[in-house]
Design a protein around this ligand. Structure first.
Ligand SMILES: [Zn+2]
Ligand SMILES: [Zn+2]
Length: 445
């Protein structure tokens, strides 16, 4: 029987309204007590001066497996995730083949189970092959274990199809995740349309390309009563649209990424393709509006939109380089440094947006430290420095916009599936402890 006692950490567990110096006892992978001054014969982990939080949940990750295992595999993606404090991730279906059938979903689950730590929750495609022409077999995908639907990377331009998707997904209470981008307005755009696109001579993507679709999808959510989630919102207008929809009681949630919360289009002035992302980095006024949206609850979750790309592809001319940046290993530290340290967001709120917030949207029983549940817990040294050097990251790709930055806040220990998988910043290879419960799919369905 394994026994761990996490001693004297500042336990921040927003789901249970906890923010206090407490001990946590883990017996055979199960949290058996969260209290002051627990005494037990157990392997002690000194959490003095550290933050103890629920294992984080990243609801927007691209794993590239199947199809582009040169960029990421499910194993390297999971290693990157746990390194960054995310014990649960949801992966987008724009793989090759597309995750639009039970067999691809089963492949992803099998690969994830082979890794032996971390939880992977597949998201199924809304339309066959992400072609936007006919709906996928949504019922079959639900049976296979998807937690939601998205054509992420592409927008479902056909409003009738989007309506039907919201109606069908509603029958299983699953979210439809919108990649809001009016493709004709965005067509050929490289960066945000504004001052910098003019100065740099790059074709712009107007804010309206995002806002038009968000407005449409909100109307469709109102029409159908379906569960709508907007991925990576990036403009002040988008925040305003979601705010008004929520005030009207429409079933809509949204997420923001660390890069849209901390970077602007001015970062593009050196034509560094690691800053090329979709939706594009916007203006400071948009960043300010996103901060406000986080503070007042319009934005429910922070998600990395981890999008690994091969080096030779990112090193092409700006117009030809793919959109996307990696984020699993920097998200928490970026948020702690640029939002929490900067006084924009409280530590508790930051953790909530990366744990219980996304878990609720996906309908998974993660993101909290509950007595009687499998231990999914991380320890964060908020004073330790993370030097961003992607060559040392677990991810197979290195396309980060935060290269060479010194960020504050490092995950030192991780319990996932009841197992102690990261000890003093090192992943324990093989992880030979027997997992207590590892059928995340069964327990959460
Ligand atoms: Zn997207
Ligand atoms: Zn994405």
């Amino acid at each position: 029987m394994s026994k761990y006692l996490i001693k004297s950490g500042r336990v921040i567990d927003p789901a249970n309204n906890r923010d206090d110096v407490l001990d946590i006892l883990i017996e055979d992978g199960i949290v058996t007590a969260v209290d002051k001054n627990i005494t037990a014969v157990a392997e002690e982990i000194d959490a003095g001066g550290k933050v103890v939080a629920p294992g984080l949940v990243d609801m927007h990750v691209h794993l590239r497996d199947p199809g582009r295992t040169d960029e990421e595999t499910i194993e390297t993606g999971l290693r990157a995730a746990v390194k960054g404090g995310f014990t649960s991730i949801a992966c987008m279906p724009n793989t090759d083949p597309v995750a639009d059938s039970a067999s691809v979903i089963e492949y992803i689950k099998r690969q994830a189970a082979n890794v032996g730590f971390g939880n992977v929750y597949p998201i199924g495609a809304i339309t066959h092959g992400l072609a936007g022409e006919r709906l996928s077999e949504m019922g079959e995908l639900i049976q296979a274990g998807v937690v939601g639907f998205s054509d992420d990377g592409k927008c479902v331009m056909n409003s009738q199809l989007m309506r039907r998707a919201l109606e069908y997904a509603k029958m299983w209470d699953k979210p439809v995740i919108s990649h809001a981008e009016e493709c004709y307005l965005a067509h050929g755009g490289q960066i945000h349309e504004g001052y910098w696109s003019t100065v740099l001579g790059l074709k712009g993507i107007p804010a309206a390309a995002e806002e038009v679709i968000i407005a449409r999808d909100i109307l469709l959510a109102e029409l159908t009563g379906g569960k709508l989630h907007i991925a990576h919102i990036s403009t002040a207008g988008s925040v305003e649209l979601v705010r008004r929809a929520k005030e009207k009681g429409i079933n809509v949630t949204c997420e923001a990424t660390p890069h849209h919360l901390t970077l602007t289009d001015e970062n593009l002035k050196e034509y560094n393709t690691n800053f090329k992302v979709n939706p594009p980095l916007r203006t400071q006024a948009d960043v300010d509006a996103l901060h406000q949206g986080l503070k007042d609850g319009v934005i429910d979750a922070i998600a990395s939109d981890h999008a690994p790309h091969a080096r030779h592809e990112k090193e092409m001319e700006f117009d030809y380089a793919p959109f996307g940046m990696i984020g699993l290993e920097t998200t928490l530290s970026v948020i702690l440094t640029d939002l929490v340290e900067a006084g924009i967001l409280s530590l508790g709120d930051a953790i909530a947006k990366m744990s219980i917030g996304p878990a609720k949207i996906l309908g998974i029983k993660k993101g909290s430290i509950a007595t009687g549940a499998v231990a999914e817990i991380i320890l964060i040294d908020t004073k330790a420095i993370l030097e961003v050097n992607a060559l040392k990251f677990e991810s197979k790709s290195i396309n980060t916009p935060y290269a060479r930055r010194q960020l504050k806040g490092v995950v030192t220990d991780v319990f996932s599936g009841g197992k102690h998988i990261i000890k003093d910043r090192v992943i324990i290879e093989g992880c030979d402890e027997t997992p207590v419960v590892f059928d995340a799919y069964k327990s959460d369905r």
